[in-house]
Design a protein around this ligand. Structure first.
Ligand code: NI
Length: 138
């Protein structure tokens, strides 16, 4: 089990008031839990700015499967990056629209590039990369 350290922070009262409102709004039980999450979020953000770090993300895209060649193009991109795509879930949202969620693992630079390729493919209506972490260093 990891050791816990305690430390105090000096902060102006107005900023603390805003932080406490944030904590309430986001349903945190206490300041420590909120602060830990903020630190982790910043560390993950930094990991993603370091190109060679191995990391994990999910890419969600929405597209119309009737669009000519689109499905072939998306599948081809995923095959080109088969080492990075761990899992894919496909949902037929309605008669026309499909939602796909891909779990991607690899170095930050490669994942970003792969996500940008898919999101910018003609016919993809919306795409979003959620940059998270393997959890190993948190
Ligand atoms: Ni579908």
């Amino acid at each position: 089990m990891k050791k816990t350290a305690r430390f105090s922070i000096s902060i102006d009262t107005d900023l603390l008031k805003r932080f406490d409102s944030f904590i309430k709004k986001h349903k945190y039980n206490n300041r420590s839990e909120a602060f830990r999450d903020i630190i982790r979020d910043k560390l993950i953000q930094e990991e993603w700015e370091t190109d060679e770090v191995e990391t994990v993300g999910t890419l969600t895209i929405i597209y119309n499967h009737h669009q000519h060649h689109l499905q072939d193009s998306l599948t081809s991109h995923q095959h080109q990056h088969h080492d990075a795509v761990i899992s894919t879930m496909h949902v037929h949202l309605d008669h026309d629209n499909c939602l796909e969620v891909m779990v991607i693992k690899g170095n930050a630079k490669k994942i970003r590039s792969f996500a940008n390729e898919l999101i910018s493919t003609k016919g993809v209506k919306h795409g979003k990369l959620v940059m998270t972490s393997s959890g190993e260093n948190l």
